[in-house]
Design a protein around this ligand. Sequence first.
Ligand code: UTP
Length: 475
Amino acid sequence: MDVSLLAREPDLRAKAEKAGQGHLFLWWPELGIAEKERLLRQVAHIDFDLLQELVRVLVLDRTKEPLMPLEPAPVVPLPADEKGRRDRQRARQEGEALLRAGKVAPLVAAGGQGTRLGFEGPKGAFPIGPVSKACLFRILAERILAVRRRYGAAVPWYVLTSPTNDRQTRRFFQEQGWFGLPKEDVVFFQQGALPAVDLAGKILLEDKAEVAMSPDGHGGTLPALWKSGVLDDMERRGIEEISYFQVDNVLVPPLDPVFAGCHRLGGAEMSSKVVRKAYPEEKVGVFCLREGKLAVVEYSDLSPEQMHATGPDGTLRYWAGNIAVHMIRVDFVRRLQAENLRLPFHRAEKKIRCIGADGKPVVPDKPNGVKFETFIFDALPLARRSVTLEVSRKEEFSPVKNARGVDSPESAQRDLMELHASWLEDAGVSVPRKPDGSLAFRIEISPLFALDREELKARLRSGFRVDRDLYLSGS
Ligand code: UTP
């Protein structure tokens, strides 16, 4: 029994009441000692001042920010001529030197709740390999291993978790033997969490002694870096650049020398990759200049005119879709901390499992609450310089968001198989297809067999045939 915690009950209750959240103690008389302690521990961690402010601005007073005049962001396009190809080659050399020197470390944001996918367990544990059934974490780990071997750089992998999945994630990595990476080179760190509230701003309870907490958004990566001591760890190891990506993009290259090189040659503090939007209403943020500063504007914040606007050549004016892949300088994160620069919170309306006023569980079928999140891309306007690089969607972007349909495991597997099929075709292998053009067999290449199309070409023996489901594995 934690007597000192229990002794704080009147004080914590008063704080909650003052913030209009006294209902957190509604079930107090029914709770056992352990439950009371659990509730008090959570209440003690809530920053009621911040929460009150967020509720006031983002839940109760919903005046929409006026739409800002926008300009398209300057983007380094995909190479279309010899000069473009030479520039990327030059960037590759620069990036490769950085990788060889161990100055770039991969960081995966894996703290989200994966609600839409509805998978029990961390999203990274989802079995996505079309043939191997390897989980997202394994595919990423193998790509990192392959890069470490290619460049002889023992850089660590930083894994962002959240209070809702930290224990499960660490346990999963342990069970999987850290996917072949040295244990000391996988560094977990946790982002913060905030209570979720209902549409009137009242904190939701998951059960009578449990506050419904949710991670503070992928922007939570930045404060987590300095609060957890990971930034010190990076500085100690001589890491200068963070290669940031998210766990649910099955095609993402975790360490891309071309991107690292462009970012570095551009003298940037934070850089981004973009793909061409597939259609005007596609639900991705777009890169724009807002009041002259680079920013990502969410699709829901574009007016219909902005969303459909086209340029003189008839293509979309705001075409550069955000795929949440960034290079971030370690000393930029230090500067944000030192200058007390903080990212703004946004509201995200979600379906949140909770208990109702009668104490019974509620499984909502439409959004019943609000989570407060910061977004990593909101650091872009704070960066002194930035490079925005166009990449090919087919090669680099296919996220797993929903259980079915668009951006689902099925579409991600299809995209991964098509990419690997194109590598095989490039290597002169004929890949059988059905009359509708889809692949006749399932195809998958482990990053430990070949990390990219050039490596595959070099490794395949002549006369290689695909006449059944194919998994090219490596060790
Ligand atoms: P999403 O915003 O798509 O959220 O995160 P999600 O958790 O994957 O799925 P939903 O919205 O609950 O269905 C994009 C990426 O950012 C990470 C996620 O793990 C995912 O890789 N993320 C998101 C965090 O690391 N922390 C967060 O607080 C939110």
